[in-house]
Design a binder for this molecule. Structure first.
Ligand code: GTP
Length: 596
């Protein structure tokens, strides 16, 4: 295909502003999917995505569209919508020349709109501003067209108005995409270079790799090379999606499509990498490749120890489709055999956990998520800590923790509440702008550790759900961090060790000790519960020894408040773990690890 008739674009939007619905309308309008096949959110295939209405994996669809008598090829590249997947979003954007910036006409600009817009601008994309949901009675197209125009520096009349639901305005939008978005440019005679923007494991076909050809051409049966690793593979199939896969002879400059090489593991075909040909290949990769870097770790343990091999197998399977998922075996005195698992962020963690439970039928206990710390000792040795219980002892010079750049948007009356929240989470303000009279954008640098745990919930409750949040990793800072250990009868309970800021150590210790006192049944002897920083005890509670005659009453009585949780965990009810001499029911661990 002549690159002059190709338009590569994506849709960026805040969650629920209608991206998937608009994509569906486009598929219908260009007739790549007929009415009968059409089902809601055609592109979102995973069950979890469908249920939660979020897009996790991106895909590309090729659609024919005729504008002013000329047939064009539109490649719509779907981008994942959530903060955890910023890197994948940035690669999808890098495969495009333009983007549709979609904003709900009843809501206005939100944090994710902005975060994605910044990424689009970094990638020099042409931006087509669009207001969606103009059919809604609550829509305020005038107001938000002005807001959007102000933001990107265009005229309010240039902001298109559509309804993805009714289809109104969508043909005009496709015409604008053809008109405004520039065609891809590349050198057809140069050695082939294609950028991988997605890579998906398929049980029947192995890994399906989505690429955009930047220079040269990739043909069927060619031997290709991954430039980051030097690995070579034979191209078993090459083609395009419309939206089902359809094989072709090759892909040329500017074209978007898929490759199949028979590899079985997405880690061999990584997002951001450059594909070239083995013979007369390119010598310089396209920029922007990054190794996926897990930001959040959690210990995952099977409730039933005999499920440990199943858990390993399930993780192995999930990793085939998820280059960012890392794990290694770990043993906990309290929880038994399990894995320390690394995730891109909290949503990623939640999705993986849910898939393990749902698709693989596992029941799991997860330890509180923690970030990765870099600890420098006075003798200059360095420790990378992914598990709080492995925080080094001895003379520590510095502790480094990851920080993020956060964007928050809310109605202006909540500015005070948001500032208070960010301050209490050790945030540093970087700036504040009024998007309009009523809405404010606040920019903060925050420790990742302070937002992985319930920040979003706190934000929502303090702003009655009106604030939106987006963030991206931006390096690290040194901080006064200490490890708090929890001891039962003098023995450390590894699963409860946490790394917290010095000023918050006391509060954490008191809270955990009190929580455990409630959860641990009386024993034949008195059980002290202590929280300690190093050798210094900072909080203490005591579970008193039981008197024989009240045994039946006491047992379980203390944990009745957690009844709801217990009911859910009935199968684990009789399971006891020994921590030193203390017998602890497994559900006490689960309840103590839950965030309430
Ligand atoms: P993610 O894919 O989860 O990021 O969200 P999204 O941006 O794709 O939103 P989605 O397409 O799932 O739409 C969110 C909700 O808005 C759904 O309930 C849609 O039915 C509704 N919706 C989308 N477009 C329109 C529209 O033009 N008018 C009206 N009234 N509702 C719409």
């Amino acid at each position: 295909t002549d690159p002059a008739v190709i338009r590569n674009f994506c849709i960026i939007a805040h969650i629920d502003h209608g991206k998937s619905t608009l994509a569906d309308r486009m598929l219908q309008l260009t007739e790549v999917v007929d009415k009968r096949q059409m089902r809601e959110q055609y592109l979102d295939r995973m069950d979890i995505e469908r249920e939660r209405g979020i897009t996790i994996k991106s895909q590309a669809v090729r659609m024919p569209w005729e504008a002013e008598g000329t047939p064009y090829i539109l490649n719509m590249i779907d981008t994942p919508g959530h903060v955890d997947f910023t890197y994948e979003v940035s690669r999808s954007l890098a495969a495009c020349e333009g983007c549709v910036l979609l904003v709900d006409a009843a809501q206005g600009i939100e944090a994710q709109t902005l975060a994605n817009l910044y990424l689009a601008m970094e990638n020099d994309l042409t931006i087509v501003p669009v207001l969606n949901k103009i059919d809604l009675p609550a829509a305020q197209p005038e107001k938000f067209a002005a807001e959007l125009a102000h933001l990107i520096g265009c005229e309010p009349e240039d902001v298109l108005r559509v309804s993805a639901k009714t289809g109104e305005g969508v043909p005009g939008l496709l015409d604008q995409v053809v008109k405004l978005v520039p065609p891809p440019v590349g050198n057809p005679d140069a050695p082939a270079r294609a950028m991988i923007f997605d890579s998906v494991y398929d049980a029947y076909r192995g890994v399906v790799t989505y690429v955009k050809v930047v220079d040269g051409r990739l043909g069927r049966r060619e031997r290709i090379q991954m430039m980051s690793t030097g690995a070579t593979h034979e191209l078993l199939e090459i083609g395009t999606n419309s939206p089902e896969m359809s094989a072709a002879d090759g892909l040329a400059v500017g074209e978007v499509g898929y490759l199949i090489t028979g590899v079985k593991d997405v880690r061999q075909s990584r997002v951001g990498d450059t594909v070239t040909t083995q013979h007369r290949g390119a010598t310089e990769a396209l920029g922007g490749y990054k190794d996926p870097k897990p930001m959040v770790f959690s210990g995952l343990y099977p409730l039933d120890g005999s499920q440990y091999p199943d858990l390993r197998e399930a993780l192995d399977k999930l990793q085939l489709n998820d280059a960012a998922l890392v794990y290694e075996p770990e043993t906990s005195a309290a929880l038994g055999f399990g894995f320390r698992v690394g995730f891109l962020g909290l949503l990623h963690l939640e999705v993986i956990r849910e898939r393990l439970e749902r698709e693989f039928g596992l029941s799991l206990i997860a330890t509180a998520p923690n970030v990765v710390y870099r600890v420098i000792m006075e003798d200059h040795s360095e420790h990378v800590v992914t598990n709080p219980s492995e925080f080094p002892v001895g003379k520590i010079a510095e502790v480094h923790e990851p920080v993020v750049r956060a964007t928050l948007i809310a109605p202006s009356e909540y500015v005070g509440a948001i500032m208070e929240l960010c301050q209490s989470r050790r945030g540093a303000m970087r700036g504040m702008d009024y998007l309009s009279e009523e809405r404010v954008e606040l920019r903060y640098t925050l420790p990742l550790a302070e937002i992985v745990f319930d920040f979003f919930d706190a934000l929502k409750s303090k702003t009655r759900g009106y604030a939106s949040l987006d963030y991206e990793p931006t390096g690290e800072q040194t901080a006064d961090l200490v490890k708090v250990d929890i001891l039962l009868h003098g023995d450390k309970v590894d699963a409860f060790s946490a790394i917290v800021h010095k000023d918050k150590a006391y509060a954490y210790g008191v809270k955990m000790a009190a929580k455990l006192k409630e959860l641990i049944p009386r024993q034949q002897f008195e059980v002290p519960i202590q929280a300690a920083v190093g050798a210094r005890v900072i909080a203490r509670e005591t579970v008193r020894a039981m008197r024989k005659d009240v045994l039946s009453k006491c047992y379980g009585g203390d944990i009745s408040r957690k009844r709801k949780l217990l009911e859910k965990q009935k199968e684990g009810k009789k399971r006891m773990k020994m921590v030193g001499r203390v017998e602890v029911p497994q559900e006490a661990f689960i309840a103590a690890l839950s965030s309430d």
